[in-house]
Design a protein around this ligand. Structure first.
Ligand code: DI6
Ligand code: FE
Length: 418
């Protein structure tokens, strides 16, 4: 019977007609945006229900509660920011001034500034104050089309304050509707009360903090700052082993200021990503390639520290290691809450192609968060997190700084005003 055809026709919540899509397909074709011009995209129940050419859709029967003529707007996946420390108290503009006078990050950090000074301001803030101070940074990212944000702890450095930071991260998600991925970074720096007792602190992280954070279900992953001025390779391995026992995925601050075999450690433990990588050895990169560890590139920290050693981009390409791009938004080495700026920096300073930078903040960033197939790509079944832009081509997002904002942002199918 004819009527049964229309009964089977899909009923969508919303459909866009005449849009251009950058689908950012999953896979290792590094220069692929997955462009689909004059296309249509439909969503239902917070997920992508259909996408294809407009012509194809014209031959189908369907209905939708809302039909939007897109007139050539571009739809990309909502952007994924996979490495931030955006929950913190205070600011470090004074250190910025000291660095302009010639002090190095390591000198400032050894003299009691750096992470420990942010720790003091973070501990002093109440949960509500910390939320109030951190929200503008999350909102700045959201205004640029970011729909998923990773946020690390690591400025509390005791159980109570690390939990406070993670609760603030969670509340940012509740207040903004963004998806927040929470990472426990208790091993970020040595808190002053453990001065001269680094081993005791590592034991405390493993035996007290990690189990408590895991049982409070406040962390989706665990990170360690593996560096001369932070935690040793051996300590990093111990913390990773404990986190693994607790079933928590891993990521690592690896080889930022010196080669500490960070890439290799991340690979040995099957970490989701190893981030920074300026000083990573070829052997570490080989291991990362074997284990499928994502390389997290953080050009904001490179820029802010006036780093001169570039991460090994050509080698990452050769080894087909997926590259993610992120702001590293933090008060000391990258006070930058603009993912579009980070994309431009990745292109200009690291010489990524625009397509690599775009994949770096979508499909590859989602993979770095363990969210492949659900975020960072336009495909049927993925969550309907969308950024909609008035552009001639998405490459403009990398090429032109401070110009573009999405005209509409969709979070799990719900439209928000950009
Ligand atoms: N690497 C960094 O660049 C930041 N943390 C880290 O592990 C620095 C954080 C800060 O200086 O506050
Ligand atoms: Fe970082």
């Amino acid at each position: 019977m004819k009527a049964s055809i229309s009964n089977d026709a899909p009923v969508w919540d919303r459909v866009w007609l005449g849009a251009h899509l950058a689908t950012l397909p999953v896979g290792d074709s590094v220069n692929e945006l997955g462009e689909l011009e004059d296309a249509a995209l439909a969503i239902k129940d917070g997920r992508i229900a259909w996408l294809g050419s407009r012509q194809q859709l014209d031959g189908m029967q369907w209905t939708a509660r809302v039909v939007t003529e897109a007139h050539g707007l571009w739809i990309t996946p909502g952007l994924v920011e996979c490495h931030t420390h955006l929950v913190y108290g205070g600011d470090r503009s004074n250190e910025f001034a000291a660095r302009l006078r010639g002090a190095t990050y390591e000198e400032i950090s050894r003299a009691g500034g750096g992470i420990v000074s942010t720790m003091k301001a973070t501990r002093a803030a109440s949960e509500d104050e910390l939320l109030e101070q951190s929200l503008p940074r999350a909102r700045a990212l959201a205004a640029e089309g970011v729909t998923t944000v990773e946020i690390k702890s690591g400025y509390g450095l005791d159980l109570e304050n690390e939990l406070k930071m993670l609760r603030v991260a969670q509340r940012i998600g509740e207040v903004t509707g963004l998806t927040i991925v929470k990472t426990f970074l208790g091993a970020h720096a040595l808190p002053p009360e453990f001065a001269g007792r680094q081993e005791d602190y590592v034991r405390h992280v493993c035996e007290e903090m990690l189990p408590a954070v895991a049982s409070a279900k406040l962390a989706d992953a665990v990170d360690v700052f593996c560096e001369r001025i932070a935690f040793s390779q051996e300590q990093t391995r111990r913390i990773f082993a404990r986190a693994g026992e607790l079933g928590l995925p891993l990521r690592l601050h690896a080889d930022q200021l010196s080669d500490g075999n960070g890439g290799e450690i991340a690979a040995d433990f099957g970490a989701l990503s190893a981030d920074h990588l300026e000083h990573t050895s070829e052997r570490s990169l080989q291991r990362m390639a074997e284990r499928g560890v994502v390389a997290g590139l953080l050009p904001g920290a490179f820029y802010y520290l006036r780093e001169t050693k570039l991460p090994p981009i050509e080698k990452l390409r050769q080894l087909k290691i997926p590259m993610a791009v992120s702001t590293d938004c933090n008060p000391g080495t990258s006070p930058i809450a603009s993912i579009l700026t980070a994309m431009n920096m990745a292109c200009v300073m690291f010489r990524l192609t625009a397509a690599e930078a775009l994949r770096g903040v979508t499909v590859n960033a989602a993979r770095a968060l363990g969210l492949s197939n659900d975020r960072g790509t336009l495909q049927v079944g993925s969550r309907a997190d969308l950024a909609i832009w008035r552009l001639r081509h998405p490459e403009q997002l990398c090429a032109e700084v401070g110009v573009h904002r999405p005209v509409e942002i969709v979070l799990a199918g719900r439209s928000t005003t950009a």
